[in-house]
Ligand binder design. Structure first.
Ligand code: PGA
Length: 254
């Protein structure tokens, strides 16, 4: 089996001022393990991205939390992939459930955004995940499967191998309810199998799939032990350097 490099991505959401963001990056820069072993990514609010890129240590990389699907135009308040590339941002979170819920980010838009990200050399971290209702109706597989299929439509193998999927069950985000490691692994394996059906074995073994939803220092080890979970997209527990570093170290040592 291919060895996939783990990733821990901290999603700060709408938290931290510029000063707080810079304090954080200075605190973790020297602590983060080498990039050849683990990808450590911080997803921050747009106005602070350039400052973070300038100060990122050798082994830290910066992500936008969203980006627009068009190259430029009259889209007040939006951020373009061209600008992100221009300021040295390397990743963008696309289709986060909060974007889907509050900002009308549909599956079709997610797909357009993925294509746009690749035009500008931005690596997408694309989020999928079901509501509690969907899970309880035993429709997780169809629902998440459709999200993945639409998101990847029209992308080539090489692109799919390089991108990152984050499986985040909505009922586990910010609620303190984590999916059990087994539940997370099961759905992530389903996504990997689907990628194999849509593309091939090489692609399904190369693509990294993270788990997200109430990941904390207390549950990261058991999540990382699962064969299909390649890392985590972390909200709340990424806000303090100490807990963020515990997560990075646990994923690195796994
Ligand atoms: P959480 O958020 O870790 O606070 O549950 C995860 C996410 O929304 O990416």
């Amino acid at each position: 089996m291919t060895m996939r490099k783990p990733m821990i991505a901290g999603n700060w959401k709408m938290f931290k001022t510029r000063d707080e963001a810079l304090q954080f990056i200075y605190a973790v820069n020297m602590e983060v393990p080498k990039r050849e072993f683990i990808d450590t990514v911080i997803c921050a609010q747009a106005p602070v991205l350039r400052d973070l890129v300038k100060r990122q240590g050798e082994n830290v990389r910066i992500a936008a939390q969203t980006m627009h699907e068009e190259t430029e135009g009259a889209f007040t308040g939006e951020v373009s992939a061209a600008l992100l590339e221009n300021i040295g941002v390397e990743y963008a979170v696309i289709g986060h459930s909060e974007r889907r819920q509050y900002f009308n980010e549909t599956d079709d838009k997610v797909n357009l955004k993925l294509h746009q990200a690749f035009r500008y050399d931005i690596t997408p971290i694309v989020c999928v995940g079901e509501t509690l209702e969907t899970r309880e109706a035993n429709k997780t597989e169809t629902f998440v499967g459709d999200q993945v299929k639409i998101a990847l439509q029209g992308l080539g193998k090489d692109q799919v191998q390089s991108l990152v999927i984050a499986y985040e069950p909505i009922w586990a985000i910010g609620t303190g309810k984590t999916a059990t490691s087994e539940q997370a692994n099961e759905t992530i394996k389903m996504i990997r199998d689907l990628v194999k059906t849509l593309y091939d074995t090489t692609t399904s073994e190369a693509i990294r799939i993270l788990y997200g939803g109430s990941v904390k220092p207390e549950n990261i080890e058991s999540l990382m032990k699962e064969p299909h979970i390649d890392g985590a997209l972390v909200g709340g527990a990424s806000l303090s350097p100490k807990s963020f570093m515990t997560l990075v170290d646990a994923a690195y040592k796994q």
